[in-house]
Ligand binder design. Structure first.
Ligand code: SF4
Length: 346
């Protein structure tokens, strides 16, 4: 399977229900599953984050949709807002903000903006494969560096190393955190789970290279899926710590909206013998349901499975992160470009 999911659920916002006979099901499948790029020109790019369990008040997303194709991805449901399906569409119809750098500049110059850290991205991966060609994330980092604007990057792609020059410069002014998301050390599982993201060894090398360059790097061990990769929490913590990560966080999987069906189909295709155990374990983590919405517990879950993860994480922190600390990002050097230009002439 070339994509993370083979499903194409009907968009819940469609006014009529119908059976889709998609092009990608037809004989010329190779041609029809090609990624399509769709340029957008929105009015803003920096969005407030209202969720109290996300450690940032602002986020920006240069892309909608993600070619990495993880079947568990919570951003899949949001693809319906753009009129597409949460299934194969999410992985193949990639919307990009063509005017992203210009919008960021505008935001940073607005009188009310004080340089609070911005998460890049909050929704989809800002270093997904097409970024190699489009370089929108790179342009955003250039603007951020110019304004001394702090940025927290999160990605599953070693492509972030392309921008080592900018990230290194940002680190000198406490302007950058990079989170590398890694879910498994098992290459076969990772390939099935995140078909177009970087292999585990590449992500560990990425942590190593970033850390060696003085860039504060943390590891997002997310999601932990009970019965599938949750037994890897401690080995992952050890591996990322040895690679140089200063901190790790984990999140337990939750299957909101279409994710339940998409994930079940994915289990049928790859791990049919584990399907019922995994789905039951996920239910045990969220009070008998596979989805979870309540702030405070939706990321970690409740019950026996959740407690096992919590304890493993506590042990891992003591063992592998005892003397490590992420330095805080700083807005102290933030400056609006027009003010700086003014300074040059004073
Ligand atoms: S890399 Fe992140 S955004 Fe992309 S599909 Fe996977 S979980 Fe979703």
């Amino acid at each position: 399977m070339r994509r993370g999911t083979e499903e194409q659920p009907t968009n819940r916002f469609d006014s009529q229900s119908y059976t889709r006979i998609e092009e990608w099901m037809l004989p010329d499948e190779e041609e029809n599953t090609k990624t399509q790029l769709i340029a957008t020109h929105p009015k803003s790019i920096v969005n407030p984050v209202s969720s109290p369990d996300v450690p940032s008040n602002w986020s920006m997303n240069p892309y909608q949709g993600c070619e990495h194709g993880c079947p568990y991805c919570y951003a899949r449901n949001s693809h319906e807002y753009w009129g597409y399906s949460a299934g194969v569409d999410f992985e193949t119809k990639i919307l990009y903000k063509a005017n992203a750098a210009e919008l960021l500049r505008k935001k940073l110059n607005s009188p009310s903006w004080k340089g609070e850290p911005i998460m890049l991205s909050g929704n989809t991966d800002c270093y997904q494969p097409i970024e190699r060609k489009l370089m929108i994330t790179r342009e955003l980092l250039k603007v951020a560096l110019e304004y001394r604007q702090p940025i927290g990057v999160i990605t599953k792609n070693a492509l972030v190393l392309r921008d080592l020059d900018l990230l290194t410069e940002m680190a000198k002014h406490n302007l950058i955190h990079v989170a590398i998301s890694i879910t498994s050390l098992d290459a076969a599982l990772q390939r099935n789970l995140e078909p177009r993201a970087s292999a585990p060894y590449k992500r560990l090398n990425t942590i190593k290279t970033l850390s060696s360059a003085g860039i504060p790097t943390l590891a997002m061990l997310a999601p932990m899926i009970p019965g599938l990769n949750s037994h890897e929490l401690l080995p992952l913590m050890k591996a990322v710590s040895e690679a140089g990560a200063l901190k790790s966080r984990y999140i337990t999987v939750r299957l909101n909206g279409h994710l339940r069906d998409l994930f079940e189909t994915w289990l049928d295709a790859h791990y049919p013998d584990k399907k019922s155990k995994v789905m039951n374990s996920i239910k045990h983590t969220h009070s008998g349901r596979v989805n979870a919405f309540r702030y405070g517990i939706r990321m970690s879950g409740t019950g026996r499975e959740a407690e096992t993860l919590r304890q493993a994480y506590a042990v891992g922190n003591k063992k592998y992160f005892k003397n490590k600390k992420m330095p805080a990002m700083s807005s102290e050097h933030f400056v609006k470009l027009n003010e700086r230009q003014f300074d040059l002439f004073r």
